[in-house]
Design a protein around this ligand. Structure first.
Ligand code: TYD
Ligand code: ZN
Length: 423
């Protein structure tokens, strides 16, 4: 189909995991702009596109899915998201590489393919431990940046045809990696089929996704934005892979992005037997209420509570003459601000370390993004910690701000104020 005539948004019909169509409505945030579409400052933002943002839960497999799927060509060809070069993330990537090697006996020189390889930082960590790598990423500018650091990257979406092309040109993969990309893909059944074909018999597919239970338990509603089509539990992933000749063989819980799971998947005819943690986690999920409507309704109730409490708190500070700014300009911050209706009346600016975002404004709220140095020279009274998933690292390095009387508002899991007294 011609790119220009294709519908930019599609309403979900059947479940992308189990083909079911009995959906429970969970939350609906109305139309919001794309969370990574940072804008050049302008006099008017009247033509900023916005798309419906809502989540439903499949009553059969308990996949949580967005109600509306935005065309990936619209989302990813001109993509600003650069994997954060934070200390936390660099350590995490080394950890992931070592974990994959040690748990699944990866010999030196193994062929590792990563879908959504971004600027190639994760594959670099695999090269450091002696692996051969290939990245696949449709964001052309990022793929070029990866090439510069020595990570060969196909500038494409990982798909069934891409998997077959890699198999033909490079041979089978010992490890296929998908970190925080699987939840972005609509046709995951096709990906599963492609992965099955590309994996050698003892190969492993390592999928890292935000953990649906962490999102539900810790009220992480701001991780809902148009890029995140799916919110997965282990049980739901087991259903998916079981339908495509694969099986979940191991799971590791991780702290990144508000709580994630690294799920290891083997071929169902392969040598890797499921380890006990897999069934244990599926049982815990059942006990948690994964399969009960009430769990989702209660989550929605808590989200609505934050949506009232947080703006009331920020507005009362501003009314008292306090200066408030954002800390970080993550995608999730744009959902948070959009749902709470916070904008330039409340936040003067938001600081972020990502050079690409400097001088632009946040989508939706149009709050200007400034450098960390700007924040040092113009410290507000309160920083709303939009990048709350890095709370520990950020609060640790902002001692001076706190000791000078500055405070953080940490929005998630519950709006909380952090001052020097809490150090
Ligand atoms: P990220 O966690 O990748 O979130 P999302 O997936 O929601 O976009 O984004 C974190 C943002 O916070 C990123 O833009 C970099 C920024 N950041 C800072 O500005 N300072 C810091 O010290 C850290 C750790 C992150
Ligand atoms: Zn389903």
């Amino acid at each position: 189909m011609n790119e220009d005539t294709r519908e930019p948004v599609r309403l979900i019909d059947t479940c992308r995991v189990c083909d079911g169509n009995d959906w429970q409505e969970v939350v609906s945030f109305g139309p919001l702009p794309l969370a990574n579409s940072f804008l050049e400052p302008a006099d008017s933002y009247d033509d900023e596109p916005a798309y419906p943002l809502g989540v439903v839960s499949c009553r059969s497999c308990r996949l949580m899915s967005l109600t509306h799927v935005v065309d990936p060509e619209v989302l990813y060809r001109r993509y600003f998201y650069v994997t954060s070069d934070s200390r936390t993330m660099a350590e995490h990537m080394r950890h992931v590489a070592a974990l994959c090697r040690d748990r699944f006996a990866l010999p030196a020189g193994s062929f590792v393919v990563e879908m959504g390889s971004n600027t190639g930082q994760q594959l670099s960590a695999f090269q450091d431990i002696g692996m051969r790598t290939l990245g696949v990423d449709p964001a052309r500018d990022l793929a070029a940046a990866a090439g510069e650091r020595g990570v060969e990257t196909l500038p494409d979406f990982f798909s069934g045809p891409t998997a077959r092309r890699v198999l033909k040109e490079y041979g089978p993969a010992r490890l296929i990696l998908g970190r925080h990309v699987f939840a972005h893909i609509d046709n995951i059944a096709e990906i599963a089929v492609g992965v099955r074909e590309l994996l050698e018999p003892a190969g492993v597919f390592a999928v890292e996704v935000p953990y649906a239970l962490d999102m539900l338990e810790h009220n992480e509603f701001d991780t809902i934005y148009h890029e995140h089509l799916s919110y997965f539990a282990v049980d739901t992933l087991a259903t998916l892979f079981g339908r495509h000749g694969l099986r979940v063989v191991d799971v590791e819980r991780l702290a990144v992005h508000g709580g994630s799971i690294l799920v290891f998947v083997g071929r169902d005819d392969g040598p890797w037997e499921p380890r006990p943690v897999v069934d244990r986690m599926r049982e815990q999920e059942r006990d948690f209420g994964l399969f009960e409507d009430a769990t989702y309704a209660e989550f929605a109730g808590r989200v609505a509570g934050i949506g009232e409490k947080l703006p009331a708190l920020v507005r009362s500070l501003v009314a008292d003459g306090k200066r408030v700014a954002g800390y970080g300009a993550p995608a999730k911050g744009n959902t948070l601000l959009g749902v709470c209706g916070l904008g330039t009346d409340e936040l003067e600016f938001s600081i972020d370390t990502t050079v690409l975002k400097h001088g632009r404004v946040l989508p939706g709220s149009h709050i200007p993004v400034r450098t960390p140095e700007y924040g040092k020279e113009n410290p507000p009274d309160y920083y709303l910690l939009l990048a709350w998933n890095y709370a520990e690292e950020i609060i640790g390095k902002e001692r001076e701000f706190l000791e000078n009387g500055g405070r953080f508002i940490v929005p998630i899991p519950e709006p909380t104020i952090v001052s020097a007294d809490d150090l």
